[in-house]
Structures are given as structure tokens and as C-alpha cells.
Design a protein around this ligand. Structure first.
Ligand code: FEO
Length: 399
């Protein structure tokens, strides 16, 4: 059994896979599923780190008992209270009534509010310790990665970091949980999408957490989602560092709406000129086809963003508007923004995107292009100018 659960020292993986849920948080597609990771430390004193979605409790309990049999669990450490991890707290408490819940000041109000669970607790502060025997745990408060109560637990004995959502990614674990025993290829793109969708607003708190943890001799990262990272630690930390700084590669996302294909022709003209200008990473997203989850992922990936919208009922096309609102929520920075739009009898979309541009504080590139009804020679020329302005701006960063 050990081989199937053991990570390092006396730490075991007891998480579960969810391949049923279509939309994480009711919004974000899960084509490869998602894992809810929990860890059991089978030391002189037994501790459980986070729980799993309540729907998986039977499987979860079987895994726990497979490691510790009938031994009691003394501590339940709660690094994060979002219900994908805290969902089984009440059930764990029912099966282990004497368990002491470990959290910080912010944690306990949430446990009572969500689950009505009270009882014995150990309230930790930044730097508090918990000695389990072999493993010596130290707690680091890392608020807003991704909720106010979030904290991380570091095992000083073996260098294992229980990081909560940080360093997590979408994707169930097919077979093994250790990065050394699985093909991790698909998780990297899903890590960017997870970050952009779930943690994207919290770049500053992630940076603060990375600074706080920077001196720790981490040998294993045990996140709440995705593989347990051992040989890829520098790469994983690098991904989170870059994304939380809003750093991005050279490339352009063209996100547009189009009802009858005319606005799409503007997008095509811009993309074609970008390519002529030597920009290789061009990603076109028809907002009616691409789920915003994937558009956001690409916006976090590339430095150029060009938004296009027809005028719809004297407003921006609704799907484009929804995307712009998601960009604002995530306080995306460091992107170059251009835009275009169309109308039939009265233009509004271009004006409204300009309002978004002002709020976003992104660097505006080129002149917005507004088209009446359908493409004309002048529209091709204006789209070409916008594309050239974007390409020139991106190329300046090459030096
Ligand atoms: Fe995976 Fe913020 O919970």
C-alpha cells in the first residue's frame, strides 16, 4: 500500500480525483478533471492536511484507513477553507470526534459558518510550530492565495511544502500522484489556465507569499490540485512567479465577437498583417466559440491583446463585454491593447471598449478601427495599421 500513497518520510497522499464535474466553481471547464489533494502524516502523532470535496468522502475515508487503520488522527490542518478542500471537515469530525483543528484566526469563523463545527482547536500564527515526532511543521500565513485565511505548512524535517492552491493546476491524476511517475506534459498548460481563472486576481499576494517562502529548502511541493512536485519544483515556482508578475511571451490574442462574419473579417485582416510583420504567436478567439477560461489563459500567456466587437443594441456584444469584465476583475497588467469594432447604423462598441481601455490602464497601441457594415479598402488599411502598431510595440521588447 505504501508505494501507492507514500510521498516522503511519513507523509502519504490521500487525495481523490473528480472526473465528473464539468465546471469548476460553476464556471471553468474541466476537460481532464481535477484532483482534490489531501495529505496524511502517519507520524508518532497523526495529522491530516486539508480534506476533499464532500462528494468523495467514502473514497477518502477508505484511503485514510488504508494508511493508518484504526489509529486516531490528532490534528486536522486547514490551509484553505474553499469547499473543494474543506468540504469533508464535518464528516471527518464525525469520524474522529477528538480531532483538533489547526488553523489561523480567520479559519475558525469560516469553519463554524460553513459547517457549524466547533470544538478543540489549535490557533497558529505566522511561524508557529507543530511537532509530530519525525516531522516538524511550521506555519506560514499567506493571505489571499487564494482566500484571506490561506496559509501554508512547511515540514522542516524533509522539506515538504503543503502549499494550498498555490502551485496547483487542473487535471485529475491518472495513475500516480508524483511528477516522477507520470507524464506531466498536459499539466503545464492547465497550470496557466488554473492560475488565470482561479488565482489570477491575486498577483500581489502570490508575490508576497513567494518572497516569504523564498529561503526555504523545499524538496517537495504538495499542492491541493494536480501532481505532487519533486523534480519540477523550479519550473513550477517559475510559472507562478511569472504569472503573478503578469509577465508574458511575445504574441497576440485577438478576441472578437461576430454575428455575420463582418467583424471577424477585421480580426482576420489584423491577424494576417501581424503574421507578415513577424509575430508568430497569434491566437484567435471567437468569443462565441471559445470558453472565456481559455481566452483568459492566453491573455495571461501573451503580451498583445486586440479586442473586437460588433455593436449590439447600442452596446458591446454581450460575450465580449463579459470577457472584458473578467479581464478587469483579474487586474491584468503589462499588456498592449488595441481594439476594433463595427456597427450598422450607430456605432457604440468602439466607444465602449475605449471605456474599458481607460479602466484597465493597459498600454494602448495603435488607433482603434471602426467599420460601418462591411469591409472596404480603407478598413483593410486601418486594420493593417493597427496590426503594424502592435507588432512594432512587441518587437521593441526584443531588444
Ligand atoms: Fe482549490 Fe481556492 O480552492
Amino acid at each position: 500500500m505504501d508505494q501507492k500513497t507514500l510521498i516522503k518520510g511519513k507523509i502519504h497522499y490521500v487525495g481523490v480525483n473528480d472526473r465528473h464535474k464539468h465546471l469548476f466553481e460553476g464556471m471553468w471547464p474541466l476537460p481532464y478533471g481535477v484532483s482534490y489533494n489531501s495529505y496524511l502524516i502517519d507520524d508518532d502523532i497523526v495529522a491530516l492536511v486539508d480534506t476533499v470535496d464532500a462528494c468523495f468522502f467514502e473514497t477518502y475515508l477508505r484511503k485514510i484507513r488504508g494508511v493508518i487503520g484504526d489509529r486516531p488522527i490528532q490534528y486536522l490542518i486547514i490551509n484553505h477553507m474553499e469547499p473543494d478542500h474543506s468540504g469533508s471537515i464535518r464528516l471527518i469530525k464525525q469520524h474522529y470526534p477528538d480531532i483538533i483543528i489547526v488553523g489561523n484566526k480567520q479559519t475558525f469563523g469560516m469553519i463554524e459558518g460553513y459547517y457549524g463545527v466547533t470544538g478543540e482547536r489549535y490557533e497558529v500564527k505566522d511561524g508557529s510550530m507543530l511537532d509530530l515526532g519525525h516531522h516538524k511543521l511550521k506555519f506560514y500565513l499567506t493571505p489571499m492565495v487564494h482566500w484571506p485565511e490561506t496559509m501554508m505548512t512547511f515540514d522542516e524535517t524533509d522539506g515538504v511544502l503543503f502549499s494550498g492552491d498555490a502551485f496547483g493546476c487542473f487535471g485529475a491524476l491518472d495513475g500516480g500522484f508524483l511528477d516522477t511517475r507520470i507524464n506531466t506534459d498536459r499539466y503545464w498548460e492547465e497550470m496557466t489556465r488554473y492560475y488565470a481563472n482561479i488565482v489570477g486576481k491575486y498577483g500581489n499576494p502570490v508575490q508576497k507569499a513567494l518572497a516569504k517562502l523564498s529561503g526555504l529548502p523545499v524538496t517537495v511541493i504538495c499542492s491541493t490540485h494536480g501532481p505532487v512536485w519533486t523534480e519540477n519544483i523550479a519550473r513550477v515556482v517559475g510559472v507562478y512567479d511569472r504569472l503573478s508578475r503578469y509577465e508574458a511571451e511575445e504574441g497576440v490574442v485577438i478576441a472578437y465577437g461576430s454575428m455575420y462574419g463582418n467583424t471577424e473579417q477585421m480580426a482576420e485582416a489584423i491577424a494576417a498583417e501581424l503574421s507578415v510583420q513577424g509575430i508568430r504567436n497569434i491566437v484567435m478567439h471567437d468569443v462565441s466559440q471559445s470558453h472565456p477560461s481559455y481566452i483568459l489563459k492566453d491573455i495571461f500567456k501573451y503580451r498583445g491583446l486586440i479586442v473586437g466587437s460588433p455593436t449590439y443594441s447600442n452596446q458591446i456584444y454581450p460575450e465580449v463585454e463579459s470577457l472584458l469584465s473578467k479581464i478587469l476583475v483579474r487586474e491584468v497588467k503589462g499588456r498592449y491593447l488595441g481594439w476594433f469594432g463595427s456597427f450598422t447604423w450607430a456605432g457604440a462598441a468602439v466607444k465602449r471598449i475605449a471605456e474599458f481601455a481607460e479602466k484597465s490602464k493597459l498600454e494602448i497601441v495603435g488607433d482603434p478601427v471602426e467599420m460601418k457594415q462591411a469591409m472596404k479598402d480603407v478598413t483593410y488599411e486601418q486594420c493593417g495599421n493597427l496590426a503594424r502598431a502592435m507588432a512594432d510595440r512587441l518587437k521593441k521588447d526584443r531588444k
